[in-house]
Design a protein around this ligand. Structure first.
Ligand code: NAD
Length: 353
């Protein structure tokens, strides 16, 4: 029996997680023990903090953690320490997951949803972004202060140690070995000292993977190349902030933000699995949320944490079948396809398992 900690979260979180738990129960009956834990805005309301110690403890003791999404306008004016997003940073560092894996793959039936020119999309899009998740500016010192002249000012510190770069680089090269054997490391080494260290360490790690071709791109150039020649990317490795921004760009290249899962991994098999989207307060409670991103995150959990490849394939194939049948939630709806609700999407996927 695998123990899975489940964070339903806020907004559409409970809707997409609910759908995913149903899918997991259908694909592997009796294999999981799910334990719900409070995090985010709902935890602030109930316990006064975004990530209660007890919640983190349950996740740390579980075999994997499944997360919907947290946050919403209700908590936007909270002080920084008491914002739902603080819970996200807390759980990532508490679970010591330092590598965020985001696949960007175009589902053939959704090719028309790709906003890029047809000749570009037709070359195929299938890359993975490996984003460093527990370092960099998001975890550096944040400070608001007043200058000696009395002007308001602020600073955020970007910092990486060699071992943080080395371990994320290894994740990327190992992934590349199972794929097309190309790693693109993205930095801003023409300006940032941190990026120069990043580049040196990545080049050093590359020596251990002689079969893998390593390229470097500056982040501004990378953001252009991702939409100009996406087919040429295989595995992208980059630091926390650049990865945050580029992976949202990638999500639009392959269709809706509602379609993309992510896995956050540490040194062992225990991971944190979630869709890339937020709590979407604009559509919460309306049965419009696309559950596919979270359902595919569930499939990634089976693959990376539990070695249940057959079941993971079954989920991915069921999603593909539903899309081939022309069924679409509002976010991926185009003319000529059939509009269904979020719960309708859940049922259609389950019926194909
Ligand atoms: P968002 O991802 O919640 O929504 C952006 C847009 O995408 C919205 O129009 C939304 O309706 C749509 N969308 C998102 N997921 C969808 C889905 N599954 N199906 C259909 N449409 C979907 O981003 P946002 O609006 O910037 O943030 C809303 C809240 O979520 C904020 O409080 C933010 O801090 C939080 N947030 C949380 C996470 C997380 O929990 N990991 C990530 C990002 C944002």
């Amino acid at each position: 029996m695998k123990k899975v900690a489940v964070i339903h979260g806020d907004g559409i979180g409970p809707e997409v997680i609910g759908a995913t738990l149903e899918v997991l129960k259908k694909v592997a009956p009796g294999k999981f023990e799910f334990e719900s834990v409070a995090m985010g805005g709902n935890a602030i309301d109930k316990y006064g903090v975004p990530l209660p110690d007890e919640s983190l403890k349950i996740c740390q003791n579980a075999d994997a953690t499944l997360l919907g999404a947290v946050g919403g306008p209700k908590w936007d004016n909270q002080p920084p320490e008491l914002r739902p997003e603080k819970g996200l940073l807390g759980i990532r560092s508490g679970l010591k997951v330092f590598a965020n894996i985001r696949p960007a793959k175009i589902f053939a039936p959704l090719a028309s949803a790709c906003p890029l020119r047809k000749d570009i999309a037709e070359k195929g899009i299938d890359f993975i972004i490996v984003r460093e998740l527990t370092g960099g500016i998001y975890f550096g010192k944040h400070e608001a202060f007043t200058t000696p002249e009395g002007e308001r000012a602020a600073r955020d510190v970007m910092e990486y140690t060699e071992h943080e770069i080395r371990r994320i680089a290894h994740v990327a090269f190992r992934m590349a070995m199972k794929r097309r054997k190309i790693v693109t490391s993205i930095d801003k080494a023409n300006i940032l000292t941190v990026s120069r260290l990043w580049r040196e360490v990545v080049e050093d790690v590359a020596k251990e993977y002689p079969e893998v071709k390593l390229n470097h791109l500056y982040v501004d150039n990378a953001s252009m190349q991702l939409i100009r020649i996406p087919s040429e990317f295989d595995v992208i490795v980059t630091e926390n902030t650049f990865g945050d921004i580029l992976s949202d760009e990638a999500s639009q290249i392959v269709g809706s933000i509602g379609m993309i899962p992510s896995a956050s991994l540490g040194d062992d098999n225990r991971g944190l699995y979630e869709p890339i989207h937020g709590s979407a307060p604009d559509i919460a409670g309306q049965d419009k949320a696309n559950p596919i991103g979270t359902i595919l995150a569930g499939a990634m959990m089976l693959r990376y944490s539990f070695d249940m490849m057959k079941e993971a394939d079954a989920i991915e194939n069921a999603v593909d079948d539903v899309l081939k049948a022309g069924l679409r939630t509002p976010d991926i709806f185009t003319e000529g396809t059939k509009l269904i609700t979020g719960s309708g999407m859940r049922d259609e996927i389950i019926s194909r398992l």
